[in-house]
Design a protein. Structure first.
Length: 338
């Protein structure tokens, strides 16, 4: 049983590593329609039927979405290459990097209007009145947070749960992005938001470790900033990633943001006295995210090689049975049955 589990983990871990490479090379362009969009549209239809300003309604809604994702993952896992396909469909590194660079390009060319139009693909805040510096800050924060949601977390869930793990994670994360808000969804979206907090707890902290590993010259400062500033953030996970990126880039994140017309004052994250983010910091954040992805790929491949030393259980069992059969002597005094 242990060997069988290790064999599956080895296969899933290798699939997760390869999925990172496929996403980096192809992005999500070949996925039309995108499975996440299909899931989101289906859950929007279900929300119209199920919405009620009660937590219990939201719990039933979240369980329905998670159950559907688990079922799809179980079916996909039974197919050849299912874990790889699920990992590729749920990782979104290239899309994140391209979206961030598009905003940076608009800012560099002085097209503030275009930058504001592009920003909603990355963040949920209102871009209408944002200045160039505020757009740069919002983009850097999005790259940090989405390095967890779009790269590290789906890769880890694929590695430990195969296709089912990947799709369940992406289902939870999608539900949170749809209904995990205050206001109308204060109660209905509570379960989805809490599920997302739980799902990203470990990946967010793994991301911080990876950021420190790819920026060793400031690793101690990253550690100190994450410990000091991350607990001040309203999200138990976003603050960890944003604090790590802020320290790695030497900037100060946080501050006032507008979400759906509602202003939120968030605590500062980053080295004390650090400067505000600039346009050039967007590219620096993207490169940091890419380096994290490369290191994660290496770690997953190393784990896959280690786990892959265990032969597939079925094959080993056949060899054991054949060997036992060849070496067994039949008692000449016992007549064969039949």
């Amino acid at each position: 049983m242990v060997t069988a589990h290790r064999w599956h983990l080895g296969r899933w871990t290798a699939s997760s590593a390869v999925a990172l490479v496929v996403d980096a090379l192809l992005g999500d362009e070949p996925l039309r329609p995108h499975p996440v969009a299909v899931f989101g549209n289906a859950m929007m239809g279900l929300e119209r039927r199920m919405w009620d300003d009660r937590r219990m309604a939201g719990i039933c809604y979240a369980l329905s979405g998670i159950g559907a994702a688990a079922l799809a993952g179980t079916i996909l896992e039974s197919l050849p290459g299912g874990a790889l396909a699920a990992g590729y469909a749920t990782v979104a590194g290239r899309g994140l990097w391209e979206s961030a660079r598009a905003v940076a390009s608009a800012l560099e060319s002085g097209d503030l209007t275009r930058a504001r139009e592009l920003l909603p693909s990355l963040v949920g805040r209102d871009p209408a009145e944002l200045s160039q510096g505020e757009i740069a800050r919002a983009t850097v924060e999005s790259v940090a947070e989405n390095t967890v949601d779009g790269i590290v977390a789906p890769a880890l869930f694929t590695a430990v749960g195969g296709a089912g793990g990947a799709l369940v994670y992406r289902g939870i994360n999608t539900l949170d992005s749809m209904v995990g808000y205050r206001g109308r969804y204060e109660r209905f979206g509570w379960a989805s938001a809490r599920a997302d907090d739980a799902a990203n707890f470990v990946p967010a902290r793994v991301t911080a470790v990876l950021v420190a590993a790819v920026r060793p010259s400031v690793a101690r400062e990253i550690w100190d900033v994450v410990r000091r500033d991350a607990p001040l953030h309203p999200s138990p996970n976003a603050g960890v990633a944003e604090a790590a990126f802020a320290a790695a880039l030497g900037v100060r994140l946080g501050g006032t943001s507008s979400y759906g017309g509602r202003l939120e004052e968030r605590p500062g994250l980053g080295p004390i006295g650090a400067r505000e983010p600039e346009v050039g910091d967007i590219e620096a954040a993207v490169r940091c995210s890419q380096h994290v992805t490369v290191l994660l790929f290496g770690a997953l491949m190393a784990a896959a090689v280690s786990l892959g030393r265990h032969r597939r259980p079925l094959d080993r069992d056949r060899i054991t049975m054949a060997t036992a059969g060849c070496g067994r002597r039949r008692d000449p005094d016992v007549e064969p049955v039949g």
